[in-house]
Design a protein around this ligand. Structure first.
Ligand SMILES: Nc1ncnc2c1ncn2[C@@H]1O[C@H](COP(=O)(O)OP(=O)(O)OP(=O)(O)O)[C@@H](O)[C@H]1O
Length: 224
């Protein structure tokens, strides 16, 4: 068990070069139990940063620690604590949300009874409970996004990372998602989300990091 004051995420000198640097010597610390927004314009390097943390792309240089675990050296241990929700999440369309959540829970080794209880709670929070028996293929984009969010939360990750989670959601859905994220933080999880909208960052986050051209700029974290 990590000590209570260990950071949820610590990035040091993180770098990713494709043809040009997408993330360039990035330093960032996210404390355990906070809701942190990574704010920046399109192409700033937000997604690439979080994809490296999730182990989906290898850093060119630098270090990544998730609750003290070196995620580059031991990606499996780090991934057990993380959930990653991309901006266009994949769902198994032929499944109902309940079947999807039970399937994902099974992949994480969550027992069936616990999985059903958590699934019900998440679907109720996200106003999908009445649709639990319908196949996801008939869902709107927002409903699919919410079902994918429930899937990301089913194993109760300590660190939840979401790429532009409110994009494309109507006001009611955005509120449901915000409520779920705030509830998760209240019960001890750490949430990092990316956004290019200042208003979203300001209204949701405890702290904001501003990223531009692959750097936190200028060492910008607000408030400290
Ligand atoms: N697989 C890839 N191959 C080549 N270049 C890439 C790849 N992924 C990202 N990039 C480039 O890296 C830079 C940062 O992209 P990234 O998607 O991380 O930005 P972002 O801040 O998440 O932007 P957005 O808000 O548009 O999603 C961009 O210039 C992008 O074109």
């Amino acid at each position: 068990m990590s000590s209570p004051d260990v950071a949820a995420l610590e990035l040091r000198g993180l770098k990713k070069v494709f043809t040009r640097p997408a993330v360039d010597d990035l330093d960032l610390t996210v404390r355990a139990g906070e809701l942190y927004a990574l704010l920046g314009p399109n192409g700033a390097g937000k997604t690439t940063t979080l994809r490296m943390v999730a182990g989906l792309t290898q850093p060119t240089a630098g270090s990544i620690r998730v609750f003290g675990v070196d995620a580059v050296a031991d990606p499996v241990a780090a991934k057990r604590m993380i959930a990653w929700l991309p901006d266009e999440p994949m769902l198994y369309d032929k499944l109902t949300p309940m079947e999807y959540l039970e399937f994902v829970a099974g992949l994480w080794g969550v027992n069936a009874k616990t999985a059903r209880k958590r699934a019900q709670e998440l679907l109720e929070w996200l106003a999908l409970w009445e649709h639990r028996g319908e196949r996801c293929e008939g869902f709107s984009r927002g409903m699919k996004q919410k079902a994918a969010l429930a899937g990301a939360l089913i194993h109760e990750p300590r660190l939840l990372m979401l790429d532009e989670p409110l994009t494309g959601l109507d006001a009611a859905m955005a509120r449901q998602v915000k409520n779920v994220l705030q509830e998760k933080v209240r019960t001890g999880a750490t949430v990092i989300l990316t956004t290019h909208i200042l208003d979203v960052a300001e209204r949701m986050a405890d702290r904001i990091g501003i990223i531009q051209h692959g750097r936190c700029w200028p060492k910008a974290v607000w408030p400290n």
